[in-house]
Ligand binder design. Structure first.
Ligand code: B12
Ligand SMILES: *[C@@H]1O[C@H](CO)[C@@H](O)[C@H](O)[C@H]1NC(C)=O
Ligand SMILES: *[C@@H]1O[C@H](CO)[C@@H](O)[C@H](O)[C@H]1NC(C)=O
Ligand SMILES: *[C@@H]1O[C@H](CO)[C@@H](O)[C@H](O)[C@H]1NC(C)=O
Ligand SMILES: *[C@@H]1O[C@H](CO)[C@@H](O)[C@H](O)[C@H]1NC(C)=O
Length: 433
């Protein structure tokens, strides 16, 4: 056999020797990096009040290679503050994100993880989630997005966990992958990231248990990838706008689980760039969750030595032209129909200035009648989250929450961001997911 005919064969062999590292990405080319500047602006021009929000942003900036200390230092400081001794009330996923952000790219921040025992704290939080599942009909304290983040951080930073337990927990039929019976792409994709990390660690497993765990995890990944691809929309988004970034990461690292023809990555990328131009990713955490995938990075690159130096590192996005600012709102008032639905429906009509958000409508209604429209919110990394209306409180254990709707359709933004329109029919509904 001549050399030229042998070469492709050697190439093929090479791929077969490292099947676990197979990774297909499509990314924004360098001359188009300026298209990412709206994300950049959102992430750098915001005040961060929540430690976990800073963690998501810090993780993202580090992964894409930003090393500007003027930006990184204040974020890092805030993340360290929230992960310190006062962070006793952090949820499993919050602690996992803090660990990922501080451990990303092998900076001096990494020492904080070990000095503050973040991994053993995370191990305890992870077990507490499982205890709650055992006591409450399979419902964790938080949700499977956070369990996935937890498993991912424990895997990447060599915390303790049982692969057999993870293989059981993350079976694709588990109810926690579904809200209202519908597969949640964000959750499935984060699980694929965690399971792939664990799979790579098991690749050379020798014992019978290791081999069984590997086979089971491999099957889970296959099934989750199939489900993620079923949620691909005609315009290329996967799930919705805000789940697409994590779904892209999951599909990058799992390319040996689907045929190339099953996903047109370039189309997804094109649609995401259009949405960016329209200002859709206008809160820091939304920008942080989409950015890594756009430059071909995934959360599995967090502790890889060579990552973090490539990407946007040397690109000065800030020098590019600012986004066109919206014209100031005309000072007109609009009228909104608003209801609270528990079993009965309680309705009212309120007047708010145009440009108002859902939360403004709720506050107007509350002023009218505190008993019917009184509510409480909690700040979260996505903005204000409605925790109770008429004194009725949402509960993770019961899988209840206050769902936001417009004309009967569930919204994909929260009360702090959704801009309302004249004549709109808004509802907050007591729902079970
Ligand atoms: C789990 C989850 C839920 C659970 C939260 C309770 C639980 N069991 O943990 C439930 C089902 C209740 C829920 C509800 C909603 N959610 Co939700 N949720 C998620 C999910 C999958 C994971 C969140 C998480 O744990 N993050 C990790 C931890 C470490 O971060 P955290 O900040 O501490 O997490 C808390 C907040 O995220 C908060 N939360 C969850 N969803 C939302 C949504 C908004 C707008 C806010 C302000 C807070 C919030 O609950 C988390 C647990 O306490 C994310 C997916 C994602 N990509 O982030 C979507 C996500 C955040 N949710 C989203 C949406 C739209 C909603 C709803 C507005 C849907 C609706 N039409 O009613 C409601 C919130 C309404 C309200 N009451 O204010 C969007 C937000 C997009 C955006 N631009 O704002 C996301 C990104 C999903 C998506 N791809 O569209 N959600
Ligand atoms: C670093 O970030 C700061 C704050 O955004 C900015 O003013 C400065 O120009 C940046 N420096 C470089 C070298 O990009
Ligand atoms: C932790 O939560 C408990 C109970 O919710 C609360 O009493 C306590 O003040 C919180 N601690 C901190 C440091 O936030
Ligand atoms: C809008 O409503 C407020 C409060 O009801 C009122 O003071 C204001 O004059 C109204 N503005 C317009 C343009 O109608
Ligand atoms: C609020 O609504 C309840 C029930 O309809 C009514 O009994 C009460 O008087 C109302 N309160 C105000 C301040 O209008």
């Amino acid at each position: 056999m001549g050399q030229s005919r042998l070469l492709p064969f050697v190439g093929l062999l090479f791929f077969h020797l490292i099947p676990n590292q197979l990774c297909k990405t499509c990314e924004v080319s360098e001359e188009k990096y300026f298209l990412l500047s709206p994300l950049w602006k959102t992430m750098t021009h915001s005040k961060y009040t929540m430690g976990t929000q800073s963690a998501d942003v810090l993780l993202s900036l580090r992964l894409v290679g930003i090393q500007n200390q003027t930006l990184i230092q204040p974020l890092s400081q805030q993340v360290r503050r929230s992960g310190g001794s006062k962070g006793v009330n952090l949820s499993s996923g919050q602690l996992a994100l803090i660990t990922l952000a501080l451990g990303a790219c092998h900076t001096p921040d990494e020492a904080f993880i070990y000095d503050n025992h973040l991994l053993s704290r995370l191990e305890n939080k992870f077990q507490a989630e499982i205890k709650n599942m055992e006591a409450h009909n399979g419902s964790p304290l938080t949700n499977y997005y956070q369990l996935s983040l937890g498993a991912l951080a424990l895997c990447l930073f060599h915390g303790r966990y049982s692969t057999t337990q993870v293989a059981e927990l993350f079976a694709p039929g588990n109810k926690n992958y579904y809200f209202h019976g519908q597969f949640v792409v964000d959750i499935g994709a984060m699980a694929v990231l965690a399971l792939t990390c664990i799979k790579r660690g098991l690749a050379n497993g020798q014992t019978k248990t290791e081999k069984e765990d590997l086979r089971s995890i491999d099957n889970h990944i296959q099934s989750l990838v199939d489900k993620i691809l079923l949620e691909k929309k005609r315009n290329g988004l996967i799930g919705n706008t805000f789940s697409t970034g994590i779904a892209m990461q999951a599909l990058f690292i799992s390319s040996d689980y689907y045929k190339e023809s099953k996903w047109n990555c370039e189309q997804t990328l094109k649609t995401v760039l259009e949405e960016i131009a329209q200002g859709v990713f206008n809160i820091p955490i939304a920008a942080a969750q989409i950015l890594p995938a756009l430059v071909g990075k995934t959360y599995l690159d967090v502790n890889r030595d060579s990552s973090c130096t490539s990407g946007l590192g040397n690109f000065d996005i800030s020098s590019h032209k600012p986004m066109s600012t919206k014209p100031p709102n005309s000072p007109s008032n609009i009228s909104i129909h608003y209801s609270v639905k528990i079993n009965e429906i309680y309705s009212t009509t309120v007047t708010v200035p145009s440009g108002s958000v859902f939360l403004d409508v709720m506050e107007e209604a509350q002023k009218k009648n505190e008993t019917l429209f009184g509510f409480t919110v909690e700040q979260s990394s996505w903005g204000p989250f409605i925790t109770s209306v008429q004194g009725l409180k949402a509960s993770n254990t019961d899988r209840t929450y206050w769902e936001l709707l417009s004309s009967g359709r569930s919204l994909s933004q929260g009360v702090g961001n959704y801009v309302v329109h004249d004549g709109e029919d808004l509802e907050v509904r007591w729902s079970k997911y």
